[in-house]
Design a protein around this ligand. Sequence first.
Ligand SMILES: NC(=O)c1ccc[n+]([C@@H]2O[C@H](COP(=O)([O-])OP(=O)(O)OC[C@H]3O[C@@H](n4cnc5c(N)ncnc54)[C@H](OP(=O)(O)O)[C@@H]3O)[C@@H](O)[C@H]2O)c1
Length: 425
Amino acid sequence: MKQCNVAIAGLGVVGAQTAQLLLNNQSSYATKTGANITLKAVSARSKGKDRGFDISSLHWCDNPVDLATMDDIDIVVEVMGGSDGPALALTKAALSAGKHVVTANKAMIALHGMELAKLAEDNNAQLCFESSVAGGIPALKILREGLAANDIQAVSGILNGTCNYILSTMEQTGRAFNDVLSEAQALGYAEADPTFDVDGIDAAHKLAILQSIAFAVQPNFDNLSITGIRAITDMDISYAAELGYRIRLIGRATAAGDAGVAPMLLPMGSALASVTGPTNAVNYEATPVQTISAMGPGAGAGPTASAVVADIMDIASGRNTYPFGRAAKDLASQSGNTSTAAQSSYYLRLRVTDEKGVLADVTDVLNACDMSIETLIQKQLEDGKDADLVMILHEASSENLVNACDKLKTMSVVGDMSLPMAVQK
Ligand SMILES: NC(=O)c1ccc[n+]([C@@H]2O[C@H](COP(=O)([O-])OP(=O)(O)OC[C@H]3O[C@@H](n4cnc5c(N)ncnc54)[C@H](OP(=O)(O)O)[C@@H]3O)[C@@H](O)[C@H]2O)c1
């Protein structure tokens, strides 16, 4: 039987679980792949740390980059994290040495994916990163393999479990963002520094990868428009519910070139709106298959290691794929920013001085920017001085929306303004 030796750099949440799967299921994986997949070497920062399994029979490297040049290693698994530093150094060194690389590192792939894909091709090595997008959901395999016969129109989804946990908990409990964020940190759903999650960066890393495979473009993180969830208030969640919607952080890329991450209002009955807690979901709109959805745990040891090992098994079986679904030379470059011409309906809440003529003035400003109100809730506040104007606006370009918001902000009667959010009908 063919021998396939594996080294793992990083023995944290994902690495330790990956190691245990490989150690405990060797014979079952051999039956499925025709290869004897053997964990040989590991690296992490602290050799003495309890990893939940015995590492004494494995070769230990203090420097993870040394794994790249070990003679008897076929596949290097990079699960340390960080877009640059040791993760990138190891990945480059391993690919340059003709070794296959499996990584869960979305930040590294979103930022350096093109360079690494070329390096893999040049050295006849595989670069696989299924676990980097939506954890346990085979989100990339669906695109690259299951939907290979299709033209993809759009790929969208809930790509960050932390944000979805925060938004759905705010909705269920009426609590404020900061309060729920603290709870998410205590429960381990959010990092001590939540920036990557709540500011939409983690979801955007994943969207850049999905967009590249779906639309044959070079991954370009810098081209994405990114808005996180910090500005979402319990008030907006409650008004959205009154209007029949739920707010979710959605990453969406289309064949027309629009791509971004932002909170959106989704109809309550829609598939993505019903996703609660830290679950992820990905929707694919394609021809001829139409729309399909995949939902499941987007992070955590088991789900992520499941996808890491699936990549290892693909390589061991000889199932070769280009990292982004086609040769690097066939990926178009993306220049300029995301188009602002795409039309959408929008949610906007204004806190205004409760006096005669304000609504007419707001309507005039909107009309001057080619925008108009489709649905309006007007609520007088308890202080008797202010009122909330909660609007769903008819379809318009994001450029018109930005113009209108800029003008509304200058009106003396307008106080607080919500984050404007696209509304899916
Ligand atoms: N956790 C998830 O649910 C999840 C889901 C999808 C993707 N990912 C991705 O998977 C990767 C790993 O995430 P994780 O949650 O498993 O991280 P983690 O628990 O923080 O583990 C990181 C591991 O890397 C080791 N490490 C860090 N810097 C190192 C260095 N310079 N040299 C050697 N070892 C080093 C650490 O060693 P010590 O243990 O000795 O400190 C630790 O074992 C990241 O790219 C992440 O984005 C994670």
